[in-house]
Every structure is written in C-alpha cells, then in structure tokens.
Design a protein around this ligand. Sequence first.
Ligand code: AKG
Ligand code: FE2
Length: 193
Amino acid sequence: MSSGFSGFPEQARRDWAHRRWAKVDGVFDRDTCARWDAGVRGLPTRDTYYPANPNLRWQQTSFEQLDVDPCDGLLHDSGFLAAIERVTGLQGLAPERSMTWINRYAPGDEVPAHRDHFGDVQVLVCLRAPEPGQGGQTYIGDTEVSLATGDVLIWHARVLEHGMTRIATSAAADAAGACRVVCVFRFKAESVR
Ligand SMILES: O=C(O)CCC(=O)C(=O)O
Ligand SMILES: [Fe+2]
C-alpha cells in the first residue's frame, strides 16, 4: 500500500529557515491515518516519561527492537526523506541514522516542556487528534501548534523547547484508551548544506 505522500510545499522550507519548525496541513488523508493507527494498535507499548517529571507518563511504542515499519514504510520512502532534506537543507537522512516511535496519549496525559537529546530534525505525523477544545496540542516555545489528523510537524526538537498541552480527562478515547496518536521520526543528518 502506498502512503499517498507527494512532498511538502515551499512554505515549509521558508518556515524552517526562519524559525526551525514548519507545520504542513493535510499531508495524509484520514483513511490512511486511520489505517496506520489501527496497524500499530496491537504492538507493545511502554510507559514513557521525562526524568524531570516522572508523574507525567504516556504510552510509547519504539520501533528500534521491532521488526516492523509503521506507516507503510514511510521511513524507507526515499521521496519522503528527500522532501525533508529539501525543507531543512540537511543531507544524508537515512533509516540507519534514525529513530521511530509512536506515542499513544490517553485522557489526562501531558508532555512537559523539554528538548530532545539527539537528532537534527524530528518529523511528527498526527495519526489521530483529540476533538477540538480537548487539549493535546503540541507547543513550541510559547506557540501552540494545533495538529489535526494527517498534519505533519517538522521541527528541530534538540534546539526548540516543546511539549504537549494536557488532554482533558473527559476526551473521547478508543477501545485501547488513546485519544491522540502520533508517529515521530527522528533523523541525524550526515551534513548541513
Ligand atoms: O506529541 C507531541 O506533541 C510531542 C512529542 C514529543 O515531544 C516527542 O515525542 O519528543
Ligand atoms: Fe520531544
């Protein structure tokens, strides 16, 4: 099955150039995202948190030790990697220098403000968003970046402080308990153009 990916607009490159993050609306359609979400639902998850705040935890599937590749192999789609290189000016993005994980957030979850420790660019695909007004929005610095299903966020997560606002405890969740699902790819570049 193909991902339906067809590149990022020129605006994303300009946004990255001046603030090191870019949001692109509607990169993937709802059916594709629903299929990707369902495809990873049964995989093992672990409790994840930042040491600075162990009370805030959420469920994460890491693909490092798994013999599966989420989102129809997006990570191995050279067109996808080339498009991220075009946006960021980074070169030599490759699956071998990447990490992939899926966060499944439940009602009441929140991600505290942090910077990630590794990588030159992070790409987040929103596979499922909470209903409007229920929280669960990514923020970068003081800016809330609301992501709907199918939107993509590209950002320099090692440099820019970011997190996710608290999801309302009343938010609707699926049978597995999740109301926001994101797939995150983290890349280390070989060089910067
Ligand atoms: O889900 C989000 O909006 C933030 C995720 C995040 O910061 C991370 O996975 O590093
Ligand atoms: Fe992060």
